[in-house]
Design a protein around this ligand. Structure first.
Ligand code: CU
Length: 166
C-alpha cells in the first residue's frame, strides 16, 4: 500500500469514527468526574447538563458503591458483597433535569447520610441542532427494489400464498 493510499484509508477511518461519535452522543454532551475515596465522594455535589454523563472512579482502597436514592442507578446492587474497589469505574448518563441523591451502601444512606452525594441536572441550553450527516464510504444507500415477477413465473408464488392462508 502506497503512503498516499494509506493516508486516504486512515482519513476515511477517522471520518467514520467521528460520524459514529456524533451519532451516539447528544450535541454538547459532556462527562463529569467524581472521585470515590475512603469514605467520601469528591466532589460530593456537582451540577451537570441533561444528557451529560457522570463517571465515578475509585481511588480509595475500601469497598464502596454509587447507589441512587431513587434506585435509578446502582453501581453495585449486590453490595455489600460485590462492591466497587480501587480502580473501579462506574458511569451513568442523566437524561432528565432534576436532583439525584446517591450514597454508598456501606458508608452512607439515603437523604444525605454519611458517604453520599448529589448530582443536580439542569436543562440543556436551547440550541438549534441539525441532524448529523453520516456518510458511508463504499456503502450502498439506494433502497433495495424487488423486481415484480412475470405472470408466467407467478403460479408457484400464488400456490404458496394459498397454502399460507388455507
Ligand atoms: Cu463507601
Amino acid at each position: 500500500m502506497s503512503l498516499r493510499r494509506f493516508a486516504a484509508v486512515a482519513g476515511t477511518i477517522t471520518l467514520v469514527a467521528a460520524a459514529a461519535m456524533a451519532w451516539s452522543l447528544p450535541s454538547g454532551a459532556a462527562t463529569a468526574q467524581v472521585d470515590i475515596r475512603d469514605n467520601q465522594f469528591v466532589a460530593a455535589d456537582i451540577t451537570i447538563t441533561a444528557g451529560d454523563t457522570v463517571t465515578w472512579t475509585e481511588s480509595g482502597s475500601g469497598t464502596h458503591s454509587v447507589t441512587a436514592d431513587d434506585a435509578s442507578f446502582d453501581s453495585s446492587p449486590a453490595c455489600p458483597g460485590t462492591c466497587l474497589g480501587n480502580g473501579s469505574v462506574f458511569s451513568h448518563m442523566f437524561a432528565s433535569p432534576g436532583t439525584y441523591r446517591y450514597y454508598c451502601h456501606i458508608h452512607g444512606g439515603p437523604d444525605g447520610q454519611g458517604m453520599s452525594g448529589t448530582v443536580t441536572v439542569v436543562t440543556a441550553a436551547t440550541t438549534t441542532t441539525t441532524a448529523p450527516t453520516t456518510t458511508t464510504p463504499g456503502g450502498t444507500t439506494a433502497p433495495v427494489t424487488v423486481a415484480p415477477m412475470s405472470a408466467a413465473s407467478a403460479s408457484p408464488a400464488v400456490s404458496a400464498t394459498a397454502a399460507l392462508t388455507g
